[in-house]
Design a protein around this ligand. Sequence first.
Ligand SMILES: *Cc1c(COP(=O)(O)O)cnc(C)c1O
Length: 426
Amino acid sequence: MSNKFDTKKIHAGYVPEDHNYSATVPIYQNVAFDLDSTARTKKILAGELPGSYTYSRVANPTVDVFEKRINELDGGVGAVAVGSGMAAITDAVLNTAEGGGRIIAPLDIYGATLDEFRTLFPKFGIYTDFVENINNFDQVEKLIKPDTKAIYAESVSNPITNIADVEGLAKLAHSHNIPLIIDNTFPTPYLFNPIKHGADVVVYSSTKGINGHGNAVSGIVVDGGHFNWGQDKFPQFLEPEITLKQPGRKDTSFAAVCGKAAFIQRLRTKYLRLFGAVLSPFDAYLELLGLETISERISKEVATSLKLAHFLERNTHVEKVYHSGLLNTDQKDLVKKYFPRGIGTIFSFKLKGTQENVNKLLDSVKVFTYLPNVGDNRSLIVNPSDVTHREVPKDELTKENVTFNLLRLSIGLEDADDLVALGSSN
Ligand SMILES: *Cc1c(COP(=O)(O)O)cnc(C)c1O
C-alpha cells in the first residue's frame, strides 16, 4: 500500500490477474468493447459496473494504467491522459475557467503556452494577467480580481529554470478561493510532486522526461482533490449534468456526485470525451515503458547536467549559465526546499558573440542533436528565441532573458566527458 516511488513506477495501477496474468501492461489496440447484452449495457450506463469499458475515446485499459500510475506517483485523486502536453494545458484551463474569467501567470512559460494564453484563450473569454516574477506575491495578489479563476505557473520554467514557490502560491491562491495549476513537465514526478506542496491541478507534457525516449507526444492532467469546486465562481461544477443523471438521483452536478474528484471527472466527461484529444493505447504503452526507468535516467542526467553547467560557467565563451540547481542564484533556498534530488536535466546558457557564433555552434555540435524537444535520452540543444519560443514578442523574450544567444540544453544519458566536448571546440 505504502510502496515507494521506484516500486510504484513499475507496478502502480496494474493488476496482472485482470489481464490474463500478462506481466507487462498489454496494448489494448481496440476502439470499442463488447457490451455483451442489453442487461449488462444497462448496468454499465447506470454506473453499476465500475471499471468496465465501452469506447476508447472515453477510457481504454492501457491508457488507464498510465493514468493510475502517474496519479499514484504524484499523490492525486485521479488523472486523465491526453494526446499532448498542450491538450493537457488546454483541457485543464478550460475546465477551470470556461465561460470566461482571468488567469494569473508568469511570462516565462513555454512558448506555445504563452501564445495560447495571449492570443487564443481570450477568444474563449479567458484573459491572462501576466507577472514578471510569479514569486512576487504582493504583485500577484494585486492582480487577483473577482473573476480571477486560477494561478498558473511552471514548477521549473522553460527555458531559464526559474523555480515557482509552490507552497506560497498555493496559500495565496487558496486565501482567495482559487486553485493553483502547475505545469510540472521539467522536473517530472520523480523530482517534484506539486500536489504534496499544495497545488490543486498538475499538468504534464509527458512527451518529455516521463517518456524519456523521444518517441510519443502525450500529456496528462492530475487532480490533487483538495480544492472546493462547488462554489459560485465555478458554476460549471454546480449545474445539472446529463451524463450523471440516474433514477432517484436529485442533484446531478459534478460537485455533488463526484466530490473530491469533481475536477478530473468533469475533465474526462466534458473535455476528453467531447473535445476528444485522446492518447492512443500504443503511445500510453510507450509512456509506461519510459516511466519504468525514470529514476535511473533522470538521476544520471541531473548529475551530468550539473557537471556540464559547471564546465560552462568556467568557459570563456559563455556569458552566463541559467541553471537554478547551481545554487549560486537568488533561488537557492527554493531549490533546497523543493528539489533535494536536483531541478532536472534542462538548463540554458548565453553564448558570447554574434548570431554567427550561435549558428556556428549549432551547426557544429557532435553528440548533441539540434531540435525542439527536451527530456530525451539523447542530449539536445536548441536556440529558443528562434524555435521553441518564436511566437513570443521579442521585447517579452528579452525581458525573460530569451535572447538570440540563449541556448537551451537537455541532457541525456551519453558520457559526460563526450558532452563537455560541446564547448571545448569553437
Ligand atoms: C513541451 C512542453 C509543453 C507542450 O507539450 P507537448 O507535448 O509538446 O504538447 C508544455 N509545457 C512545457 C513546460 C513543455 O516543455
